[in-house]
Write a protein that binds this ligand. Sequence first.
Ligand SMILES: *Cc1c(COP(=O)(O)O)cnc(C)c1O
Length: 386
Amino acid sequence: MQNTPLKLKAFLKEKQSQHLYRAPLISESAQQPAMKINGKDILTFCSNDYLGLANHPDVITAFKQAADKYGVGSGAAHLINGHSIEHQLLEEELAEFTGRERVLLFSTGYMANMGVVNAIMERGDSIFADRLNHASLIDASLLSKAKLQRYAHNDINALQKRFAKTSSDNSLILSDGVFSMDGDCAPVTELAEIAEKNKAWLMIDDAHGFGVLGKNGAGLLEQQNLSQQHVPILMATLGKAFGTAGAFIAGSDDLIEYLIQTARTYIYTTAMPPAIAAATRTSLKLVQQKDWRREKLDSLIKQFKQGANQLGLELMPSDTPIQPILIGDSKKALRISKQLKQQGILVTAIRPPTVEQGTARLRVTLSANHNNNHIKLLLDELSKAI
Ligand SMILES: *Cc1c(COP(=O)(O)O)cnc(C)c1O
């Protein structure tokens, strides 16, 4: 025990020397492109608020009105007396929006992933997971004690080969829809075919596609025309494009009933505040009604990609608002990010262990609240800093 503080100090020192030390910034403004952070005015390109709904007046009004009516805390878990009519209506509306039989709300996406994977998988079962899956999916897989097999990123052949060697009769294919640090999409149609052929579960985490992709904004599965039959478990978050907080699982009536009985991160935690559910219902209306946000976002993505290509920057194969610039070296990525910050632009340097060794990157994300001048400014500063 006596050595523990020394061990922590050594660890912290090592992180610093490897340029991997991390610390939160302090924001004094709402989530939007122009923010005040650490006392400084700065233009941000790092949030997941892709549609600019986190600070939307209608969402704020819905939140305030619901807080007046229901107070702030939900006071209890869903299965005690924390499940309000706002939660109930949001679940029903999300089920209709995603074309699934039922939806179950969770307080965060991390918890939704933990909850569902652990409810359906146990020791002796097999999980096939994309190597670049989000940390919450990896943690969920590890906790379940099922045999975790990670296949090369988006590599359908590698996945097929692994299936050929497995004998488990309960298997799960687990993948991000839009990969959070790369911005590319999973080959969901092929994944659905393999799942069907092998009688395996397929779960897609669409945290970054939901609200952004598809004709109506219902995400990657809408864009690819995949129903509940093809993808029995859909997870999406509400804290990203929807601008609020929380997450949900969408699927069959039986799946949701089963999760209500068994998902520990649903049962043993306080329900999200009802005002968050009410605000999210307004976000959903905005997502459904106002597709100009998705169109504007698409045009900003095109502008950025074109400009970055002209500058010879190494972009990754992405058409989503996640547009990472591959740098490689952690120290270099950090230096560029610092230089941009001095010029009033916030782009996060993503380094190992969040991404693989040697693939440090600047993770640029775009929002419908950016404008053409913001993109131009970003490109100008990037050309000087890289
Ligand atoms: C953000 C994210 C999560 C976690 O969602 P939270 O609601 O922030 O906990 C899960 N999966 C992916 C792919 C994510 O990007």
